[in-house]
Ligand binder design. Structure first.
Ligand code: ATP
Ligand code: MG
Length: 608
């Protein structure tokens, strides 16, 4: 662990926000995987990473096999793979070999039901051990897995299962009764529902005909079913169908192949710095790509013990887990960090966690204030990294061995070639070489977890690529040291009096003020200036929303950003609208401000 006393901000919210945090790799608890001298893109060879995996006959590659059979073959069969913490207090430890055998039973069971290679199995369940068994078992059987977030209501479930032509669904009796039974007639492709027994009841109206008890199926598969021979899927064969978060509009179905496992492996090394004796906790739900790539696959590939907490966010519970379970590597998200900040540093300091050595975050821009808060409250800075559902794995990251510039997402990982580009009229692009110039963040094709299509939206997929480059839709800039800085989503960028303003910069400055816990910034149409910057602000407990505070915040922003960029209007909100995966939905703030339709809100927190 680093020394918490160095480089502390003088007070919450200071000009120190932007100061770099220096690292000395020699003082790290374990030698980092990514360090000076690791080959960069251009000289980095993906085949070298691939060769570290086991593979299957005839050039086959299968995510489930790599995640379970490879560690067992390498002698980690008795090591705890999954340390499950029940919401009601129970816990279970499942070893690699136990998980492998149960997943094999699952693969045997679905194969016997006639669910074949390439067909789609959806999962909709709380974070229970059998959710993990189902995901890994299905992958081994060559069945395509599509995760749904368990808080979705019937509508988003029916829509996604219909789009994805779901043949099977793994869920619990309670979720089935409340969310699936009412819309089951609208999912004609669905022929099997497998119920994980979690003690819940399907309810009187739900017809359980045609459903199976998953426990009984696994029992029937028997010991012989544990010898399931993994399907030798081709590397370019579909493995996962992930719907995006729906932050900017209707969610898209991103298609991923088994070869993605090569990225999961490499990023587990370089971005998360996983070592075999780590206790790793990814707080994301497997209903989203982060919870799948890093809450299921990558940790198993590296033979670590992963913590799975069934319960929802609660500051005291989370600190207790970090403390009592000896978490060494922690991967979480900015919203959670902001909620922990709201709960206060004193609470954090009540729970020492001497084993914690690396903390990373993804999903939204991580305000410099949050990076410094980590240093203060946890004794470790928080390492931001950037990727998308489409990229399948982490692409740009801050890693243990390198200095952090708070507010920067870090640098492209080994193997990842990134660029800042400008779209040209007529369809081409121009690479921007000058440092600190804003443009669209692009990635050179060829990383193994690149999505291979948007479900039923071929044209939209094609439009994401120009020649060799994938265009991410996010605006960023690169500084002279090669660090990337997030500016905003192309859709969210504000054009005011000829300036292009990224919401992130304005939000981060507002967050420097001790009263502000979260800020969302939009452009509001203005006859004179094109757009003016408007900020929606949620306050910390103990601060009162009033005119004087609004003026104070605007003055603070003007001082830090200049009058052209600072917000002209501030509105206080008890809470900002978020997606269920925790992102601020600026498009909703804007639609509400302008009295426009809200569009697809299926992924909004609190939506039915
Ligand atoms: P949709 O595409 O449906 O609107 P989404 O883009 O939010 O939803 P995801 O794929 O879950 O769906 O999120 C990826 C996006 O999240 C990125 O394109 C980026 O805008 C944002 N993001 C992720 N990590 C970071 C980060 N470290 N800094 C800034 N933004 C980030
Ligand atoms: Mg997106």
């Amino acid at each position: 662990m680093t020394d918490a006393s160095q480089d502390l901000p003088a007070s919450a919210g200071t000009a120190k926000s932007g100061a770099p945090i220096h690292k000395d790799p020699r003082t790290l608890a374990v030698p980092p995987h990514w360090r000076a001298g690791t080959p960069a893109a251009g000289t980095f060879l993906w085949p070298a990473m691939r060769s570290r995996l086991a593979g299957l006959p005839d050039g086959g590659l299968n995510i489930g096999f790599e995640a379970l059979d490879r560690p067992v073959r390498e002698g980690r069969g008795d090591h705890v793979a999954l340390h499950w913490l029940g919401a009601e207090g129970g816990e279970r430890r499942i070893t690699y070999d136990e998980l492998r055998r149960r997943a094999n039973r699952f693969a045997t069971a679905v194969t016997r039901l006639g669910i074949g290679r390439g067909e789609r199995l959806f999962v909709l369940a709380p974070r229970l051990p059998d959710l993990y068994v189902a995901i890994l078992g299905a992958l081994k059987a060559g069945v395509v897995v599509s995760p749904l977030f368990s808080a979705f209501g019937p509508e988003p479930i029916a829509t996604r299962m219909n789009l994805g032509q779901g043949r099977a669904l793994v869920t619990t009796p309670g979720l089935y009764g409340r969310k699936v039974a009412p819309v089951i007639a609208r999912i004609p492709t669905l022929s099997h529902v497998l119920l994980i027994d979690d003690g819940s009841q399907a309810g009187p109206q739900a017809d359980l005909k045609g459903t199976h008890d998953l426990g009984a199926l696994l029992e029937e598969a028997g010991e012989a079913g544990e010898d399931f021979e993994c399907i030798a899927t081709r590397p370019d064969e579909l493995a996962l169908l992930h719907f995006t978060s729906g932050t900017t509009g209707r969610p898209k179905g991103a298609m991923h192949v088994h070869e993605a496992v090569v990225t999961h492996y490499a990023t587990g090394l370089f971005a998360l710095d996983l070592h075999a004796d780590d206790i790793f906790w990814c707080t994301a739900d497997p209903g989203w790509v982060t919870g799948m790539s890093y809450g299921v696959i990558a940790p198993l590939l590296h033979g670590v013990t992963m913590i799975v907490d069934e319960a929802e966010f609660d500051p005291e519970r989370w600190y207790t887990i970090l403390h009592e379970r000896g978490v060494s590597v922690w991967y979480t998200a900015p919203t959670a960090i902001r909620m922990l900040m709201k709960a206060g540093a004193e609470l954090a300091q009540r729970f020492p966690h001497p084993r914690l050595r690396f903390v990373a975050s993804v999903g939204e821009p991580l305000n410099p204030e949050a990076v410094w808060w980590g240093q203060q409250a946890l004794g470790l800075p928080i390492h931001d990294n950037w990727w998308q559902t489409e990229t399948g794995g982490i692409m740009v990251a801050n890693a243990p061995a390198f200095d952090i510039k708070p507010g920067s997402m870090g640098r492209p990982l080994p193997g990842v070639e990134a660029a800042i580009v400008e779209r040209l009229e007529g369809g081409g692009i121009r690479l921007i070489d000058t440092a600190d110039t804003q443009g669209e963040l692009a990635l050179k094709r060829g990383w193994p977890s690149m999505f291979r299509g948007y479900l039923h939206e071929d044209e939209r997929y094609r439009k994401c690529f120009v020649g060799e480059w994938y265009l991410s839709g996010d605006l960023a800039r690169r500084d002279a040291d090669g660090h990337y800085w997030f500016v905003g989503r192309a859709d969210d960028v504000i054009k005011s009096a000829g300036h292009l303003i990224g919401p992130f910069e304005v939000e981060s400055v507002l967050m420097e003020h001790p009263a502000v816990v979260e800020a969302g910034v939009i452009g509001k149409p203005d006859a004179l200036l094109g757009e003016v910057v408007k900020a929606f602000v949620a306050l910390r407990p103990g601060f009162e929303a009033n005119e004087a505070l609004a003026r104070e915040l605007m003055a603070h922003a003007r001082k830090r950003l200049g009058a052209a960029v600072a917000p002209k209007e501030i509105a206080f909100a008890a809470a900002l609208p978020h997606t269920r995966s925790g992102k601020i939905m600026r498009r909703l703030l804007k639609a509400r401000e302008l009295g426009l339709p809200e569009g697809d809100t299926s992924t909004m927190e609190g939506a039915a």
